[in-house]
Design a binder for this molecule. Structure first.
Ligand code: SF4
Length: 482
């Protein structure tokens, strides 16, 4: 595997003045943040001075990952793909999640509506807003004017990055020239068109996709483009659906990743893409059952591509509102595959207000495990319950394990009550703990001097619990008689 630079190796080429102009206390801290990609070389003004040019070149060389990153689009939704240093996420982390693009035909009648719909899709899950990354505009009209106008329409109606798709270089470049200030990704350069598109991409500093079903040919196109000075390249080794061809698709992606990341081959060291949408090229949908069968097939292919860290995929399914299930599947799967394994899934412990809780509002108490807090919060919110949510510091461990391990104990709950003072917000002293912590209830009442009610085992049972069990006046009356 290509060796990663250490903070000390980076430090050697920095100014070492500790001037703090980068916002950090020391140059050593900058080295560490640079390595973790929290800072860029451009954040150190000293490195931009002419006399530091040699050091800057060296730093670019030692900090560029073996799979170089590619950016397309501009502004807030700029999309970065590739830039990975490892084959397996658990070896370090993946820095850029797989980008998902949906195809649109340049002559589609509902182009504007679909562009706006796809741009606005946001699925909130476990604290993240899951979105699509790009629109892949296909030239099906075979007409340069139509394609160019469609490209213009897309960027006028959306800030989502665009991939321009045509194998005809004249048509592709006419549209690219029209929207070049939006930094589209140009799909695709072939062995026939590399000179023409490469020269345009070099002049306009635009990223391109090389396409070939033959890996050796693909690498050769990549090498030629680099010699021309093209700075950002994506590799598409083809997506096959025929019998016996499926494994070739995945083998090619993995071979290219291994060559780029593990062997440091410069021509393979670029983001790799796949096109699950290729499934639809030669098929005829006869009925609804057929449609579902092909949609499932496409989404399974998309998920497998995410699982092997493909940098970008283009899908066909998902542009219609009734196909939202497909996007939910691939966006959720991507979130799981690309989450950072080094970040413990914890949130800051504390007291959170949900809705507009009054004096009789319930106080639910859970751990600070992210995967617990978010579903509990969502279940309370979606049931329109006004409440408080108290998260106890269990080091990010979920309820069941934290009860067993002692992190979610009567003492920890009492300390959280003492620190975050939930009872000062209401006129009762009742805490609701999860069903999985039932055995702690007596001790919690003693340690925190309160009523401890055992709630449902699963937060989806909270609405039912509120209807059948929540009666603070009754519980407090009994508490007063103790
Ligand atoms: Fe060091 Fe540059 Fe940061 Fe100054 S701005 S502390 S020289 S890294």
């Amino acid at each position: 595997m290509v060796k990663r630079a250490s903070p000390l190796e980076i430090y050697k080429f920095l100014d070492k003045s500790n001037c703090k102009e980068c916002g950090l206390e020391t140059c050593m801290a900058f080295s560490t943040d640079l390595l973790e990609r929290n800072k860029k070389l451009s954040d150190c003004p000293h490195l931009q001075r002419p006399k530091q040019a040699k050091n800057l070149r060296k730093l670019i060389e030692i900090t560029t990952p073996p799979q170089k990153p590619v950016e397309f689009g501009v502004g807030e939704r700029l999309c970065t793909i590739g830039g990975e240093e490892v084959i397996y996420r658990h070896s370090l982390t993946f820095y850029n999640e797989m980008a998902i693009a949906i195809t649109l035909d340049d002559n589609a009648e509902d182009l504007i509506d679909t562009v706006k719909y796809l741009t606005g899709i946001v699925i909130s899950r476990l604290g993240d807003d899951l979105k699509l990354n790009a629109i892949a505009l296909k030239c099906v009209s075979k007409d340069a004017e139509c394609f160019k106008n469609a490209a213009k329409t897309v960027v006028e109606n959306s800030d989502i990055p665009v991939i321009l798709c045509s194998f005809n270089p004249e048509i592709l470049l006419a549209a690219a020239a029209e929207i070049k200030n939006k930094k589209p990704l140009l799909y695709a350069v072939t062995k026939e068109s590399w000179e023409k598109i490469g020269s345009f991409a070099f002049d306009e500093d635009l990223p391109v996709v090389c396409f070939s079903n033959d890996i050796n040919e693909l690498i050769s196109i990549s090498a030629s483009l680099q010699k021309m000075g093209v700075r950002e390249i994506v590799l598409d080794p083809g997506t096959f659906f025929g019998e016996g061809d499926v494994s070739d698709t995945f083998d090619n992606i993995i071979q290219l990743r291994l060559a780029g990341i593990n062997s440091g081959d410069e021509n393979s060291g670029w983001p790799i893409m796949g096109v699950p949408a290729a499934l639809w090229k030669d098929i005829k949908v006869k009925n609804e059952k057929d449609l579902w069968k092909f949609q499932y097939k496409e989404m399974i292919r998309a998920c497998i591509m995410a699982a092997i860290d493909t940098s970008l995929i283009i899908c066909h399914t998902g542009k219609k509102k009734e196909d939202i299930w497909a996007l939910l599947a691939i966006l959720t799967f991507r979130q799981n595959v690309f989450s950072d394994p080094r970040v413990y899934p914890a949130i800051d412990p504390g007291l959170e207000q949900i809705g507009e809780p009054g004096e009789d509002a319930p106080i639910f108490c859970t751990t600070n495990y992210r995967m617990t807090v978010y579903p509990v919060r969502e279940d309370i919110k979606s049931a329109n319950i006004d409440a408080y949510l108290l998260s106890v510091d269990t080091g990010g461990i979920g309820v069941e394990s934290a009860v067993a391990g002692g992190q979610y104990s009567s003492t920890a709950i009492a300390e959280a009550i003492e620190e975050y003072k939930p009872f000062e917000k209401v006129k009762h002293r009742i805490i609701v703990i999860p069903g999985m912590g039932a055995r702690l209830s007596g001790a919690v009442e003693d340690d925190a001097n309160c009523v401890c009610i055992v709630g449902p085992r699963d937060s989806s049972g909270i609405p039912d619990f509120m209807k059948k069990r929540w009666d603070p006046a009754k519980d407090m009356a009994e508490f007063a008689e103790r």
